[in-house]
Structure formats: C-alpha cells, structure tokens
Design a protein around this ligand. Sequence first.
Ligand code: AMP
Length: 770
Amino acid sequence: MQGLMQDWPLTVEKIIDHAKAWHGGREVVSRSVEGPIVRTTYAQIHARAQRVSNALLALGVQPGDRVATLAWNTGRHIEAWYGIMGIGAVCHTLNPRLFAEQLCYIVNHAEDKLIFTDLTFLPVLLENRPKMPTVQHIVVLTDPDHMPKDVPGALCFETLVEQASPDCVWGGFDENTAAGLCYTSGTTGNPKGVLYSHRSNFLHTLVTMGSDVLGIRATDTVLPVVPMFHANAWGLAFSAPAVGAKLVMPGAKLDGASVHELLETEGVTYSAAVPTVWQMLLTHLRATNGKITTLKRVVIGGSAVPEAIVRGFRDEYGVDVTHAWGMTETSPLGTQATPNAAIAAMDPEQQLQFKLKQGRAPLGIQLKLVDDDEKDLPRDGHTFGRLKVSGPFVVGEYFKGEGGKILDADGYFDTGDVATLDEHGFMQITDRAKDVIKSGGEWISSIEIENIAAGHPKAELAAVIGVVHPKWDERPLLLVKLNAGETATKEEFLAFLEGKIAKWWTPDDVVFVDDIPLGATGKIDKKLIRDRMKDYVLPTAPAAAAPAVALAAPPEPKIYAPEPEPPAGPNLEAESLDWTPNAAQRIEPKPEPLVAAFPATSETKAEEAPADAEVPFPAEPATSAGPETELPPAEGVIAQPMFAAAPPAGRKASPGRARFADLYLKLAAIVAITPAAMVGVAFLGVQLNLLDRPAFVRLALDLAPQVALISVATGIAGLAVALVAGFNRFWLRGLLVLAISAATLGAYVVARSTGAQAPAAAPVAQPASR
Ligand code: AMP
C-alpha cells in the first residue's frame, strides 16, 4: 500500500524559492572580485537567478547540459548556481587550483557547454580554451565596466542578466535529476565526477540543518570560507538560504586579515573552513591583538583539526569548534563531532578529546569498519579498519561509470580512509589507506603523529610519511616546516611527541623543510612528498640497505635543510623502543643520518618559474606577508605541475650555511647590544666610584658609538647572510639585529645633534671635561 501524501519532488530550486518567500529581505553580502563589498538579498538573488536561467535557455542550454563555474564564493556565483540547477541543467563547479591539464580533462570529460568564470581565471581559461572543444560560451562574472574589451566571444554576466526576461518556470522534473557535478581531486588516476541529484542535495541540506550537525539558524550570519568549488561549500549555499541565515561570501580574499575583517564588519556568528584557514586567522589575531566579538561557532573539516586550533579558539576567543569529516563523494558531510549526552556530561578536557575525533554519523549516513577481508571490525576505539559509508547522499557510481563498480555487496562505498570507531560511535580517521605506515606488520597513523607535531609551538606545518626500512618495511619520517625565523632540533620534536604516541610510532628521523606541499584541496600532498623523498635513507636503516649512490655522494639538498646532527634522541635508542609487533626485535644502532637528498629528476627550478606559475593557494598558512589569495585578473591560479611544489626562488638551503647563519646572527646580536651594555657599565662604574670621568667618557661616549657603527654594518651583513642561508628561517633574526643596532646608533646621533646627555653621565660627560 502506498502512502497518500503529496508528491513534492525534492528539487533544490525550492530552497531559494523558500528563502525568497520567507527570508526575502535577508542579506547576502559579498566581497566582490572587483573589490567593493556588494549587498543583495535572497529575493534579489532569486530574481536574478531566474534571469540567469532565461539567459542560459537563450544561449541554447538544455536540461541535462553541464554548465561549469570557475569562481570564488560570491553572490553572483550563487545566482549562477541556482540559475543552472533551476532549469534542470547541471552545475559543474570547477576547482581553479587544479593543474591546467586536469582542468581541461575535467571540462572535456564533463562536456561542459558553458563556463561562468570570475575575472581572476579568465586568462587561464582563454589560454586553454582551444583544448576545450565542447565549450560554446564563456560568461565573465562581472559588470560592463570591468569587462575586458579584447576578449571576443566572452559575455558579460551583468549584461546578460539585465537583458534576460525576468520570470522563469523552474522545476517540473524528477527529483533524481542531476543537479551538480564535482570532480574528486584525483590523487590516484584521473579525477572522477560525483554527480549529485536534486534529491541527494535536498536530503543533505535537511540533514545538515540538524542542530547536532551544522545546526545553523535564521539568526546566524554565516561565512562559508570553504569554497563552493570544493564539495559545494559543505552544503552552506543550500542550508543558509534554507534556514534564512545571512550569508557573507568572502570572494577571493581568504587570508587571516581579510577573513577577520569580514567576521567583524558583518557580525558573522558561524563559519566553516579547512584548518589552514583557521590557522591563518589565529596567527593574524595574535599578531595584531585582534578581537573576535560575534563569532560563536566554526566548523572545521577537510583534514584533521589540530588540537592547538581547538584550544586557541576556545581559550583565547571563546569560539566553539565543531570538527567534521566528509568527502566529495558524501555531498560532503559524513560525520561531525558534536557531543552526545554521555560526552556532554564529561569535563571540558575529556570533551576535547572527542572534539578531535571526526565524530558521529547523522541520520542518512551509515558507517562501517572492515579489514582487508571485508570482515566487520569492533567499535572499540582502537582497531583500525577501512571506513565504508552508505546513504542517500553518498555516491553510487562515478560520472560515466569511471572506475567501474564502486559499491560492495552491501551497497557501501569504500572511502579510502582508515579509521577507528569508539563505543560512542565517534569515528576517528587515522589515515588515508595509501598513507598509513605499515611497520612490522602493524599500522601507524601518519595523521596522528603529524597532528601532534604540528601543535609544537615552533611548527608551522608537519607531515609524516612512511619510508622504506629493510627490517620493518616502513618507518615514519617526520617533516617539519618551522615558523618563520625559528630554529629547532630533532630532539625537541621527538621529546614533544614522547608520551603522546606509542613509543614504536616515534619517527625514525625528523627533517626540517622549507616547504610542505599542499594539493588542490588544501591537503598535504603526500604523494609529492614521497616522490621527493624517494632516495632518502633513514638513519635507522642498516647501512647495507641504503642505495649505494645515496651513501656515496648525496646530491646537494634542494629544499630540506636538516639541523646540525645532535646526539641520538632518547626515543631512537634501540633499548627504549617498545615494539608492539615483536618486543624482542629492535631497531639497529643508528648510523650517521644522511641529509634528505632529491634525485636530479625531482629538482625543481624555482628560479626559472615565471611569476604567475606559482600556486597562490588560498588555504596555505601565511609565511611572512600572508598568502596571495586575491589575484589580479592578469595572473592565473591554475597550477603548473612542475612549479606547484617549487621552493621560493633562490632558496637553496644547505646545512652548512644554516649553521653559519645561526652562529653569525648570534654573534651579531651580541655586537648589537654591546654599546648599550658599555653605557650601562660606564654608568654603574661612575655611580660606584670605580671609574673616573675621563674613563666614563671614553667608554660611553667614544667607544660605544664606534661599536654601534660596527654593529650596524654587522647587522646589514646579517641580513645578507639570512638571505643566502634561508630567508624564511632567518629574516626575522637578521632584521631584529639590524633594528637594535640601528636604534642604538640612531639614539647616539639624536643625542649628539640635540646635545642631550644621559642624566647620570651629564656631570662627567661635558665636552669641557674632555
Ligand atoms: P575531498 O573529497 O577532496 O573533500 O577529500 C575527502 C577526504 O579528505 C576524506 O576522504 C579524508 O581523507 C579527508 N578528510 C576530510 N575531512 C577530514 C577530517 N576532518 N579529518 C581528516 N581527514 C579528513
């Protein structure tokens, strides 16, 4: 027997219809690509999206056609989004951070008929246009004033909207009609398309609106920093209008200062982004003593949230962090770490341990853990297994059947993640299946180690990979990118990990690197790191196992600049290792570590990279001046494979130079403070009657200024040394030394020119007495 309720297809244009009807005056605020803040409302978005639909129909777009967007989060992007979906066409969000060749592959695979693009991406799009035969039109998301004049065939969005007729009949198709298309980042093989249906998006929206899920409300002001081109901005472009929340769209500027400005000026209460964005914000807030006045909740996902971020938000700014997990294939939200009753009753520190997990499944998501034989694994909180997922907004097959059958016999999709499930149903990702380190037949979570290491106050980023070991198959290697100007030793990091991970998980080596490459979706690109490190030999590997070439003549390191060799760390001592696989087996005594050495083939030629070929990756943490997220239209954002991981031009750190710079800057610092010390000593000497007046004058007024002059010269040379030895690492110290010397000398010059004298020295320092 069938139910007798209304047949009301779950199609997403109903979401913006609803927003217009019930929250029509609610604002949508965008930082436009052209610069100014633009204000509109859901009613206006709705009206303009209908015009977009009419314009698309007039340009020959039919239901089922793929229409792409290559755009930042803005109101115009939302208008294009609903305009496309409303007529049954498929909104294909393109990720501009992909390599140009991947982008062409994706456009061709999807057979996109039309592309909406921001000005930012127009040059790259035009350059690659000949390789995109299916694309009939390019529409630039701008107004006539900013429309480039010399682009034949490109259409202006505002002109199209203005000229299109106002009303359009949306919907009227089956709820299983395709609505959106998003390609996975394609770390293995070609990118694969996930084809969302109206129904799957609608259900995902309803689920994520739950108060234990994203839980946004009509009273919220929502800033989706997570891009619409990455897994649909985690559904916020649907759920915010669905509840009537004010939307604040950040456009191209995703750096800490810009995000902070929007948070404060627009009264944002709720935001969502990957951890690196939040790290940038916290760095900015701390550096500027910035305040957070309205923000209450942030959702963090895409990669595991480091504890330091959760604590930073909670303890310094009173902001609650919700950790979430998902993937393009799950629309994307799969789990979120909101407490259940038992966890809510725990003390805050215990609760925090659950916040760091990826969380529990909402209604509509089913999870299971299996071993390599597909046997279900227990929910005991420590047994690792492959994470599988099923539900009405989980992928059933990839677009055009790529990759063949992707569901198991029970209809579950293998996420490629390795995870645990605990007795509260909280899932914790321990790794990607391909990144997990298999050591002595047991698994080590690279993510867990790198998350802890990233919490070290000196670390900006950390990555852990498995490196071949002749005895244990693989052992962990920790790579650390230090904060600008920092130095550290391997022991500091190993000591930091001690007690936080099992002893046998302790990395066999730590190398300090200038660059940890991030992929197109902001995650650490382990594939590239593994490739770079393929000739690296662990210090714990018996010498015989090391490739002869690496032992005999390691090529000069290109990116990595390990610290001077300290004595062997406690955790690496053979007798201190407690190996779970077989406690009787021990790591061999440690041979002299080799510096990380790249083979000639993976040397990158940063110096030769054209300026516009660098990846301006918005989610990357700021180094010195912050990430370049706002690109002038003349520069492309699409990555070029060879240059994506290149170190900044001119940076060829070597351990020798680093050691020299470290020593030199220490000496220069001593020289810089010497004049002040001399004045102090002279002053004290007079006060204690140990020095007579002429001696005071000689020391404080003759010799000290000369030393100050020398210290300025030493400081200038110090900056040059910093430049050569690794600017990122040493610039701050170089600058500090120079600033102290210059300030001291300046003080003398001012004192002389104004005739001012040190109070205590005045009686003895009169020129007459000399
Ligand atoms: P994507 O489809 O590009 O969004 O990538 C999805 C993958 O990102 C997942 O399969 C996980 O490996 C990873 N991921 C997403 N969220 C998290 C999280 N909170 N913690 C750890 N990994 C995550």
